[in-house]
Design a binder for this molecule. Structure first.
Ligand SMILES: [Zn+2]
Ligand SMILES: [Zn+2]
Length: 268
């Protein structure tokens, strides 16, 4: 498998040495990885926290990939980015996506109407259904804003942090809005990811859940990457032993690896 969602010291919320991330991936027998460090412009809670020194990040990872390949490193190392989408900064984000030679661009919703659902303030004065619906609606807004990305990250990220997390959350309860999101992503020729961090957060499910993955496949979705969203070496490929069965149960026979932002399909 490939783990195509991980962070290292270039992200504001990770201090992991990229060499240790790579070593962990090798120890876990992966075929390849893609670094996807955070860039979140206009992050109001902690301004500048998720700014990214893209030039330094590119230099470090690309150099590591070359040096390790010369030394006979058994895995492929790709270079990507996780861009925090917000409708009013789409142009600024799109410039970044176009300017650099990324293998993969993950577009994610980390900030909704100015607040990261990571913070309890996001839920204040709202029912859970209102808060989660607001999160999903913001994904649609980003999609309609013309954001440039390859796969949408962890599309039910909000349930990691809601007061009751995913206790009352299911695909059925949000079917209309989730269907609208999935159809729009498919019509734009883009994809989603299976993010295993949901297991790490104790949700007992991937992000998005298995039911959402199944629905995505039913609607004709084909592009699906897999990532653990690790911010530490020990979390690389977290619970990847579950991935093949989750994808097969959802109807997939392939998963997707991006190189130079072009999808390739790998048999499960
Ligand atoms: Zn994310
Ligand atoms: Zn991430």
């Amino acid at each position: 498998m490939w783990d195509q969602h991980m962070h290292c010291m270039f992200s504001g919320d990770s201090d992991a040495d990229p060499v240790l991330m790579i070593n962990s991936a090798i120890n876990k027998g992966l075929d390849g990885i893609c670094f996807t460090d955070h860039l979140d412009y206009d992050y109001k809670e902690e301004p500048g926290l998720f700014d990214l020194d893209i030039a330094a990040y590119e230099k470090r990872i690309k150099r590591l990939a070359i040096v390790l390949k010369e030394k006979g490193c058994p895995i492929n190392i790709h270079w990507g980015i996780e861009i925090g989408l917000q409708p009013h900064i789409t142009d600024k984000n799109n410039e970044v996506a176009k300017k650099y030679p990324f293998d993969l661009v993950i577009g994610s919703s980390h900030v909704v109407n100015g607040i990261d659902p990571y913070y309890p303030a996001f839920y204040k004065g709202k029912t859970e259904h209102e808060a989660y619906t607001e999160y999903f609606e913001s994904i649609l807004d980003n999609l309609h804003s013309g954001a440039d990305f390859d796969v949408y990250g962890h599309i039910d990220y909000v349930v990691r942090y809601g007061p009751d997390k995913n206790k009352y959350y299911s695909y059925e309860r949000y079917a209309d809005i989730i269907d609208a999101i999935l159809k729009e992503i498919i019509s734009q020729g883009k994809g989603i990811e299976l993010n295993t961090a949901g297991f790490k957060y104790g949700l007992g499910h991937s992000n998005p859940t298995e039911d959402v993955l199944k629905r995505y496949h039913e609607l004709g979705g084909e592009i699906i990457t897999v990532g653990a969203d690790a911010h530490k070496p020990e979390h690389v490929a977290y619970d990847f032993d579950k991935v093949s069965n989750i994808l097969k149960d959802a109807g997939f026979m392939y998963y997707t690896v991006f190189e130079n932002r072009v999808p390739a399909f790998i048999k499960l």
